[in-house]
Design a binder for this molecule. Structure first.
Ligand code: 3AT
Ligand code: MG
Length: 356
């Protein structure tokens, strides 16, 4: 569909922008919500440090990088323990933490020691906060910092993310366990959009002279975190929030090349799947788990054109790997629906964010 070429939204862009800004503001967590999250965190922290004296306990994810939205009572906590590096060790600690939280009166305690990142899930009864505790999840703490640094460079990122996350929740395409995309993945897609505007709103921090360096296992995490020097980087780009929201959906509806492109926040550009050697490795995980693409049933066309988003640090990790052919079609339909509404409707917002 190239009929969009040169087309712009039909709605009055100033009005649309005002409405979207207001909506983004109303999606920010209230002070009460923030206080409840901090109270829950402090309690979890004190329990963990009583059991593991001297251990680091860090908040990461959206509450730590300023991208949490209202009515999402989740916090992500990382327990930093020396000498626990392998999967088995982390799984064991997850078991211990599960018992600890159970004994402390937490609700719905669910240890998942076999997950890719071993985790214990539970709910703090008084505040209703849902907590995920992971062990030595250093990469997640570092990518949280990377995202926070991007947020500090241009305020349009946080507003765009709030709207995209809200849209994804409303349209039921924010569930990696059901074949769609995680919040973190949408955040990377938003950063990528802002890096690739004709006049960029964001730089690629990993392409600049590094001022932050950490090695995590086989991965080197390096980027420029001298935000003071970069504040105002995006000021030469004058696009409004409405224009960026339109650009986001238009890109994922009509411009992204799903057969070839890997989104790379690290490079601030797209890579070709062949460059990543991902053409044959990603796709439907169930099929790959049972022996690679050769194990795909004949009717399956899950390879090679799913959604590919490179993790900024764990370069072999594709955040789009949860998507298969069927859910990719669902996602694409939703992106196209959103872009079409923005292009053609006089007053698109109610329908755009309507529950699925
Ligand atoms: P919500 O506001 O909770 O929806 P979030 O940004 O906190 O969004 P998650 O709770 O899904 O996102 O994840 C918490 C953090 O864990 C975000 C990121 O630092 C890290 N993370 C999540 N998924 C991945 C992943 N697949 N690979 C690497 N890091 C991840
Ligand atoms: Mg979270």
């Amino acid at each position: 569909d190239r009929s969009h070429n040169g087309r712009q939204p039909k709605a009055n862009m100033e009005e649309l922008d005002a409405a979207l800004r207001q909506m983004a503001d109303s999606l920010m967590p209230t002070p009460e919500e923030r206080a409840a999250q901090m109270e829950a965190f402090e309690w979890v922290k004190s329990l963990l440090q009583a059991r593991y004296p001297g251990a680091g306990v860090h908040l990461f994810g959206s509450v730590a990088n300023g991208l949490s939205v209202r009515h999402n009572n989740d916090i992500d906590v990382c327990l930093e323990l020396e000498g626990v590096d392998d999967q088995a060790g982390k799984a064991e600690v997850a078991g211990v933490v599960g018992e600890l939280m159970e004994a402390a009166g937490m609700a719905e305690v669910l240890p998942l020691p076999k997950a890719r990142v071993p985790v214990v899930k539970f709910v703090v009864p008084r505040t209703g906060t849902k907590v995920d505790v992971t062990v030595n999840n250093l990469l997640a703490c570092i990518n949280t910092k990377l995202v926070a640094d991007y947020c500090a460079i241009d305020a349009r990122l946080a507003a765009l993310v709030a709207l995209v996350k809200h849209w994804a929740k409303q349209r039921a395409v924010n569930d990696p366990y059901r074949g769609t995309l995680s919040s973190y993945c949408y955040v990377l897609m938003c950063i990528h959009l802002l890096q690739t505007r004709p006049t960029p709103v964001l730089p690629a921090l990993q392409q600049l002279q590094p001022t932050f360096r950490r090695a995590v296992g086989q991965w080197t995490c390096e980027f420029c975190d001298n935000i003071e020097a970069l504040r105002g980087f995006g000021a030469v780009n004058c696009e409004s929030l409405a224009q960026l929201v339109w650009a986001f959906f238009e890109y994922w509806a009509w411009r992204h090349n799903y057969s070839h492109d890997v989104v790379s926040v690290r490079l601030g550009a797209c890579l070709h799947k062949d460059d990543k050697d991902w053409t044959r490795r990603i796709g439907n995980e169930r099929h790959l788990a049972s022996g690679g693409p050769a194990a795909c049933p004949p009717a399956c066309r899950c390879l090679p054109s799913d959604v590919c988003i490179e993790d900024p640090f764990e370069l072999s990790h594709d955040l789009g790997r949860t998507v298969d052919r069927q859910t990719r079609a669902v996602l694409h339909k939703e992106f196209t629906r959103a872009a079409t509404l923005l292009r053609d409707a006089d007053d698109p917002l109610d329908l755009l964010f309507a529950p699925y």
